[in-house]
Design a protein around this ligand. Structure first.
Ligand code: NAP
Ligand code: MG
Length: 477
């Protein structure tokens, strides 16, 4: 298990020797500690990335693709080992962790395929005087900051396109889950990546270390995934150096179920949309809106499905719901549930925090939630499904859009015209139409409103790590 900083192709201690304790959420006990980077370490990583940049930017696209493919294959071959590491530090159930490793690895395969398809353009200026030639060049040293909920996938979703585009990177993973990111760094080392191309440094001084990197003129890009609150702070910090920013922020996904929906499919989709990662996903269905004719049955059947989940330590036999990431997460979920019940809702299943050890919270369905309940305005980030009843399509759209977030929405209906009409009207970057899972490396993932700026995945995800260079050229006289 790697526990030091990975800078310039070498493993090293933090410059002041400080470390971060990493906890097992299933027990609350310490697993190990990792080096916690200082500002000095952060700037050393920027220097290493800056030195690696020209060589990598000049490397043939096919060669960049080969490196990504090599690491893709390693991740696929060692999926079980990596998944168990994710379970250990994040807590999620093993099937979720295996799903994450497969998803995470696919970003490397997809961007290996995209690395050789970065096209510019040539066109004749309207007046005919010259040609407009556009090149796509790597943007430069990229600082990547990732959250704890998908410790592998949030890293590969950034490293893949950055490397494919010809950029070098400095990744700062979340303090709760640094081990997976360090394991990925070790794969790049083993695959023979040039020193400084991929640097990984955990740090509990994230504000100071990331801030110093963003102020360094050698850095040209910030790609952040995390909360909207920290995203706002980083956008302000990035303004000093007018950095290009890609921001994947919080969500508050509505899940609309119309009377004409296929109820079996809606329940199956609801379970995926709500319970992947125990509800700790930015894409998690956060608010269920069920039409009056179907609402009681939908709530009842959702409660039935939720109550059948087996909760326990993530790697345990048959476990489907692991612990939440830490004690604060449990306290926050507990407070939201208690408040919603006080506002008039009632728990069909769950709703009570179990005694320790470990950071567990049971699968919970809250029925008859008033449409003004505070839980509907907050990202729950736990296995809790509040269900609100609506009567008509317009009302459903209005309720769904009544949030500053706009990452993803889910719609269940058997009426195709309604499905597309509602999808078009929803203020979100993504819609799951009769589908509870949207995450897909080949698709542009991202949000509107305060859920973010830019897209990850697909071809768009690669373009975020490039700049257009326009050359006005006259070659015909
Ligand atoms: P977070 O608290 O915002 O932290 C995210 C990352 O930012 C961590 O690496 C964290 O480091 C770092 N960070 C915290 N404060 C910072 C600061 N002042 N300056 C620089 N870096 C700072 O989010 P989280 O609690 O880890 O993750 C949950 C959130 O992520 C949720 O809101 C979720 O919706 C969002 N998310 C969004 C997406 C998406 O694609 N839209 C995907 C996954 C998660 P430390 O760990 O050291 O604090
Ligand atoms: Mg945090």
């Amino acid at each position: 298990m790697k526990t030091d900083l990975f800078v310039d192709g070498k493993w090293r201690e933090a410059s002041d020797g400080s470390r971060i304790d990493v906890l097992d959420p299933a027990t609350g006990a310490s697993i190990t500690s990792v080096a916690s980077a200082t500002v000095e370490d952060g700037l050393a990583a920027v220097e290493a990335a800056y030195n690696a940049l020209p060589g990598w930017a000049a490397t043939a696209p096919r060669q960049r693709a080969d490196l990504l493919l090599a690491v893709f294959e390693m991740m696929r071959d060692r999926a079980d080992e990596l998944a168990r590491l994710i379970v250990l530090e994040n807590g999620k159930a093993l099937p979720d962790a295996l799903g994450e490793v497969a998803y995470a690895a696919e970003f490397f395969r997809w961007y290996a395929e995209e690395a050789v398809r970065v096209a510019g353009s040539v066109q004749t200026a309207p007046g005919g005087a010259n040609q407009i030639m556009v090149l796509r060049q790597p943007i430069g040293v990229s600082v990547l900051v990732t959250p704890w909920n998908f410790p592998a996938a949030m890293a590969t979703r950034k490293i893949g396109p950055a490397l494919a585009a010809g950029c070098s990177v400095v990744l700062k993973p979340a303090s709760e889950t640094p081990l997976t990111a360090l394991a990925i760094a070790a794969l790049f080392e083993e695959a023979g990546a040039p020193p400084g191309l991929v640097n990984v440094l955990p740090s509990k001084r994230s504000g100071a270390v990331v801030g110093a990197m963003l102020d360094d003129p050698r850095v040209r890009k910030l790609s952040f995934t995390g909360s909207t609150e920290v995203g706002r702070t980083l956008l302000a910090a990035a303004a000093n150096s007018v950095l290009s920013c890609s921001m994947e922020l919080g969500g508050n996904a509505p899940f609309l179920v119309f009377d004409d929906a296929d109820l079996d499919a809606a329940i199956e989709g609801a379970m995926v949309a709500k319970m992947r990662n125990g509800g700790q996903a930015c894409t998690a269905a956060n608010r269920f809106y069920a039409q009056a004719g179907i609402a009681p049955e939908f709530s009842r059947r959702l409660a039935e499905a939720m109550s059948s989940l087996k909760m326990g330590p993530g790697a345990g036999e048959g476990i489907q719901l692991g612990p939440l990431v830490n004690a604060e997460a449990v306290a926050k979920v507990d407070e939201l549930v208690t408040g919603t019940i006080a506002a008039g809702a009632h728990a069909l299943v769950g709703g009570r925090k179990p005694d320790g050890p470990g950071f567990f919270y049971p699968a919970t369905v809250l029925a008859d939630v008033p449409s003004t309940a505070p839980v509907l305005a907050e990202e729950i980030f736990g296995p809790v499904a509040p269900v609100v009843t609506f009567s008509g399509e317009e009302e459903a759209i209005r309720l769904a859009n009544a949030t500053e977030h706009g990452l993803v929405s889910y719609v269940y209906t058997s009426d195709l015209a309604r499905g597309l009409r509602v999808s078009e009207a929803l203020e979100s970057g993504m819609v799951g139409l009769n589908r509870g899972l949207v995450s897909e490396p080949a698709a542009p993932f991202g949000g509107v409103k305060q859920s973010g700026i830019g897209r990850e995945g697909g071809h768009e995800g690669l373009l975020e790590y490039t700049e257009s260079k326009y050359i006005a050229v006259s070659w015909a006289r």
